[in-house]
Design a protein. Structure first.
Lengths: 273, 273
C-alpha cells in the first residue's frame, strides 16, 4: 500500500507525456484522479465495427454522460486527434474485458486483443472539472485520500440507440451546501466533461437506495450537517449500456483509470491543433 | 419580390411549431435567418447508411464546422431528440439533391427520395449565435436585408474520415472593430453552433481571394474604415466534403434554409427533455 501511495505521489509530479510513457511501460497501473492536471482525461470504449454506428449515435443522444471526444479509425489503435502517439492498446493504466455481457477480467494492456475489426472511442471524464474545482480551492474527498470516486447506477433512462439503452451512471462528490451554486457555475463550461451536475441532494430521487454501496469505486463517508451529495453524469454509462446489450466483446478502461491526452482541459474543442 | 418579403415578415411572427407547420405545408420556402428566434436551427445532411459511420467520425473530428446535434435511426425520417414530430422529409424549406459529386437540383420536399437505407444528420447553425448577437443590440447585414449570409470555401483543411476531407466552409459577417472582443465572448458559449469565430480580418489569410464572390449566399458590401470581416466555421462544410468524396447520393438543406427545432438555443444539450 505504501509503495502504491509513493508511486501515486511520484505520478503527481509528471506531465501528460511523462505519465503516459510510464503507463505504457507498465510501471504505473494506478488510478488517475488528480494526475496530469490541466490536460483532458478520457473514458475508453473499444467495440467491434458492427456496433460502431449505433454506439456513436448512443453517445450523440446522451451527451451529458457520453461526450465523445475522439474516435479511432477502424483497426487503427491510435487516437490521432487527442495527441501525439496515443496508443489505445498500452496507454491506459488498467482495462476491463467484457464478454457476452459479463465482466471477464482486468488487464494492464490489450495488445493481444487488438485486431483490425476494432474501433476505439474516447469519452470525456469528470476529472476535468475536478481539476478546475481544485484550482478554485475546493477539496475533493477521493483525491485527498487517493481513492476512486464513488459511481452509481441510477433510474435515469438513457436515450436508446440500436442495442444500447439502460440507465445513466453517475459519480458523486460531497460539498458544502453553500458552495453548490459556485460549483455548478464552474462545471457548466466543461461540456466535454459532463458539464453541470444532473442531480443535487437526495440519492433516492435518482434511484440510489444506499449511498454507502457504490456500484463502482470506493465507499463515501457520511454527510456532515452542512453538506450535500452532488451527482454528475458519468462516462461509465456506456459500459453499463454495453453490459445490458447483445454485444459479445468489449474492452473499456477500468473505472477511475483513465486515458491521459495532450488536449488542454479548457480547449474550445478536443481536437489537437 | 414584395410577396416574398411579406411572407418573410409574416414568418418572423411565428413560433417554432407554427413556422415548421407552414414549411411542411409548402407555404414557406424561404430562408430562415432571423426566424424562430431562441430556438436551435440546424443544417441537414442525408446519406446512405454505408457512409454513416465515416460521416459521424468526420463530424466528431471537425466539431467547429460540424457540431452534430441529432441523428435519425436508419430509415426513420424523424429527429426524435430535436422535437415533437420533426419530419426530415418535409420540414426544411428547401433541399439540395447531390448525385455523384454534382449538385443536381433544389426541391421543397423529399418524400419521393426517402427510403429505408437513409439516415439524417442535423448539424448546428450560426443562426443560433446570430440571434444572441441581435439580442445584444448588434446589427447583422444579411438579416436586416433578408439576404442569405455569404459563405466561402477556404484553405483550412478538415480532419479526414473515410472518404470525407476537403476544406472548411466559413460564413462571414461585418462588425465594427471595437466590437470584436464582445462578439467573441458572446459566441464562445454556443458550442453547438460553431462557437468563437475561426478568423478575424484579412480574407486572403484563409484562402478567400475575392470577398465579393461568395461560394454560397449573397454578396456582402465593402467594409467601412472602422469595420472588419469576421469568419465562423460553417455547417455547409460537410456538403463541401461530400461533394469532394465518392458518395453517390446525398440530400442536404439549401444553404440558408434551415431546419427549425424545438430545442432552446441556450439549452445545455440539444436533446429534448
Amino acid at each position: 500500500m505504501e509503495q502504491l501511495v509513493n508511486l501515486y505521489n511520484k505520478a503527481k509530479t509528471l506531465n501528460n507525456n511523462q505519465l503516459r510513457k510510464l503507463i505504457r511501460s507498465g510501471d504505473y497501473i494506478g488510478q488517475t484522479a488528480g494526475l496530469s492536471k490541466n490536460m483532458l482525461q478520457t473514458n475508453l470504449i473499444i467495440l467491434e465495427k458492427q456496433y460502431a454506428l449505433d454506439f456513436m449515435i448512443f453517445c450523440q443522444r446522451n451527451p451529458k454522460a457520453c461526450p465523445l471526444v475522439a474516435v479511432t479509425n477502424v483497426g487503427d489503435p491510435f487516437f490521432k486527434t487527442l495527441g501525439n502517439n496515443i496508443d489505445v492498446r498500452t496507454d491506459v493504466p488498467s482495462y476491463n474485458i467484457y464478454e457476452n455481457g459479463n465482466f471477464n477480467k482486468t488487464v494492464s494492456q490489450i495488445s493481444e486483443f487488438w485486431n483490425e475489426n476494432l474501433i476505439g472511442f474516447a469519452i470525456g471524464c469528470s476529472f476535468t472539472f475536478e481539476h478546475s474545482l481544485l484550482r478554485h480551492g475546493f477539496s475533493i474527498d477521493h483525491i485527498s485520500e487517493n481513492k476512486v470516486v464513488p459511481m452509481y447506477s441510477t433510474n435515469i433512462k438513457n436515450e436508446k440507440s440500436g442495442p444500447f439503452e439502460n440507465t445513466m451512471v453517475v459519480s458523486m462528490r460531497i460539498f458544502k451546501k453553500y458552495q453548490v451554486d459556485k460549483i455548478i457555475n464552474i462545471c457548466k463550461s466543461f461540456h466535454w466533461a459532463h458539464g453541470k451536475p444532473i442531480h443535487v441532494g437526495d440519492p433516492n430521487e435518482i434511484g440510489i437506495s444506499n449511498i454507502f454501496k457504490p456500484t463502482w469505486g470506493d465507499k463515501p463517508r457520511p454527510l456532515l450537517k452542512d453538506e450535500v451529495n452532488m451527482f454528475w453524469a458519468c462516462g461509465v454509462t456506456p459500459q453499463n449500456a454495453i453490459l445490458n446489450s447483445s454485444v459479445e466483446f468489449c474492452i473499456s478502461h477500468t473505472p477511475g483509470y483513465m486515458l491521459i491526452t495532450d488536449i488542454k482541459e479548457d480547449a474550445e474543442t478536443p481536437i489537437l491543433q
